[in-house]
Design a protein around this ligand. Structure first.
Ligand SMILES: CC(C)(COP(=O)(O)OP(=O)(O)OC[C@H]1O[C@@H](n2cnc3c(N)ncnc32)[C@H](O)[C@@H]1OP(=O)(O)O)[C@@H](O)C(=O)NCCC(=O)NCCS
Length: 171
């Protein structure tokens, strides 16, 4: 587990760190990032977040400098008949994976979903060979609902994705 870890809402100034993580080996192939992405795109994304979008970052202090090393997002559907549900996405800097950052980000965003938004359904998609992410999601109660065949292009191939979801039905 990493010390000095802070989880806080994203800021526009985080755009460069988000851009770098989306482009890097070890992240890009498991997300929908592209090597050619510009910082502008991340900046626009952050500026475009609404009250239905919840985006957090994981930040550490290293040699006296703060560094953003992960992010998680929860996007609540705007349709009035789907506002009990949201989609989510997560990524951690390649050099900091496997050290509990993903778990910490998931705990925070799911606490928000469960106890502050009282969402019934949180859903996501994940490449079928992304074992680390699948294990993480299962450990938080996500189940596999189905497979999207040929869902996204990855390094010269059409890769399959699982649809996973987690339900919180209250009596
Ligand atoms: C998937 C990802 C978010 C996980 O974050 P992380 O910080 O690396 O994961 P953590 O260290 O918090 O590990 C949490 C859990 O993941 C699982 N896990 C971690 N490393 C694993 C590995 N090498 N193999 C299988 N499962 C693993 C375990 O269940 C682990 O829990 P445990 O430590 O109690 O056993 C991160 O690796 C990442 O960003 N990968 C690239 C981008 C990506 O895949 N994003 C998700 C797209 S759907």
């Amino acid at each position: 587990m990493i010390e000095n870890l802070t989880i806080r809402p994203i800021r526009v100034e985080d755009a460069a760190a988000i851009n770098a993580m989306r482009r890097m080996d070890g992240v890009r192939e498991n997300t929908l990032g592209l090597f050619s992405e510009r910082v502008d795109r991340s900046e626009q994304y952050i500026r475009g977040l609404t009250e239905n979008d919840f985006q957090l970052v994981a930040e550490i202090e290293e040699n006296g400098e703060k560094k953003v090393i992960g992010t998680v997002g929860l996007n609540v559907y705007r349709n009035p008949r789907m506002r009990h549900s949201a989609s989510m996405g997560i990524l951690v800097h390649a050099d900091y994976q496997g050290r509990g950052i993903g778990k910490a980000l998931m705990s925070k965003i799911l606490d928000l979903a469960d106890n502050w938004l009282m969402l019934v359904r949180v859903e996501l998609t994940v490449f079928t060979d992304n074992e680390r992410a699948i294990e993480l999601y299962k450990s938080f109660g996500f189940v596999t609902e189905g497979v999207k065949k040929y869902a996204a292009i990855r390094n010269g191939e059409y890769a399959d994705e699982y649809i996973m979801a987690r339900y919180r039905i209250r009596e």
